[in-house]
Design a binder for this molecule. Structure first.
Ligand code: URA
Length: 237
C-alpha cells in the first residue's frame, strides 16, 4: 500500500507525524538508499526500504484481533490448493495481514480468531496452553451415560487418548440429538473423531466459544474487532 513517508515513520513508531516531517526535512531519512527531504513523498510500505539515521525502519503493523463467524464451505488457510473460498476472503476492509488462530474444518462453522500478532497465535495454539473450546454439535442418535463417561475419561483417537472432555445432551430429537461438547486440545478433526468413536457421528458442528470469548449473535460470515478487554483476556491466558 502507498503511504506518505511521514505517516509510515509514525506508524512504525519512529516519531509523531509532525516530528517525522522534521526528520525528513533534516535529511535523516532515506528511501532505497536515496535521502528524501520532500514531505509529500509516497512509499510502498511493502516494497520500499526506509532508513532513519542509518537504521532500517521496520514496518511493524499495528496488531489487529478479529472474531469471525466462519460459515461452512470455507477453508481456514490463506490459499487453498483447490481454489475453494478461504476465511481470509471474508475479512474485508482490514489492511493488516491477519492469519487464523488454529483452524476449523471446511464443514465446521463458528468462532474463529484471526490476528497478525504472532506471539498470541503461538501461545493460543501451543499444545501446552490449550484453552477450552465449546462446540454445539448435532449428532446422529443420542449419546447415553456410557458415552458421556467415555468423554470424561478421554476417548482414544488415532491411537492416542484425548484429554478429558465434556459431552452434554441438550436435546433429544430422535434420529439426532443436540449436544454441547467441550474440549481443551486442538487435534485434527478431534470432535468428529471423538463422536465417531462413541458411534454418534457428527451431522453438523459449530464452535460457540474459545475460553471466555463467545460467538454470541455475530451473524454467519461476519466478523468484528475484539474489544480491549477481550484482547487483554487472551493475552493473560
Ligand atoms: N473438531 C472438529 O472435528 N472439527 C473442527 O472444525 C473443530 C474441532
Amino acid at each position: 500500500m502507498e503511504v506518505r513517508l511521514q505517516k509510515y515513520l509514525a506508524d512504525c513508531g519512529i516519531a509523531s507525524r509532525r516530528k517525522a516531517e522534521e526528520l525528513i526535512q533534516a535529511g535523516k531519512v532515506s528511501v532505497n538508499g536515496v535521502v528524501v527531504t520532500e514531505l509529500g513523498t509516497k512509499i510502498d510500505d511493502k516494497l520500499d526500504s526506509v532508513f532513519y539515521n542509518g537504521n532500517k525502519v521496520l514496518n511493524k503493523e499495528k496488531p489487529v484481533y478479529i472474531m469471525l463467524h466462519k460459515p461452512e464451505g470455507f477453508v481456514t488457510t490463506a490459499k487453498d490448493q483447490f481454489d475453494r473460498p478461504t476465511v481470509i476472503d471474508l475479512i474485508k476492509g482490514v489492511n493488516e495481514r491477519v492469519v487464523p488462530v488454529g483452524r476449523l474444518d471446511y464443514d465446521t462453522s463458528g468462532l474463529l480468531l484471526l490476528t497478525n500478532d504472532g506471539d498470541l497465535t503461538y501461545k493460543l495454539t501451543h499444545p501446552k496452553h490449550q484453552v477450552k473450546k465449546v462446540y454445539l454439535a448435532k449428532l446422529f442418535g443420542t449419546p447415553d451415560i456410557g458415552c458421556i463417561n467415555k468423554f470424561k475419561w478421554g476417548v482414544t483417537v488415532d491411537g492416542r487418548k484425548t484429554e478429558p472432555a465434556k459431552l452434554e445432551v441438550l436435546e433429544d430429537l430422535g434420529k439426532y440429538s443436540v449436544c454441547r461438547i467441550t474440549i481443551t486440545e486442538g487435534r485434527n478433526r478431534q470432535v468428529r473423531k471423538m463422536c465417531d468413536a462413541i458411534k454418534h457421528p457428527v451431522a453438523t458442528l459449530k464452535r460457540v466459544a474459545t475460553g471466555e470469548l463467545e460467538l454470541g449473535d455475530l451473524p454467519k460470515g461476519k466478523f468484528r474487532i475484539l474489544t480491549e478487554k477481550e484482547v487483554k483476556y487472551l493475552k493473560s491466558l
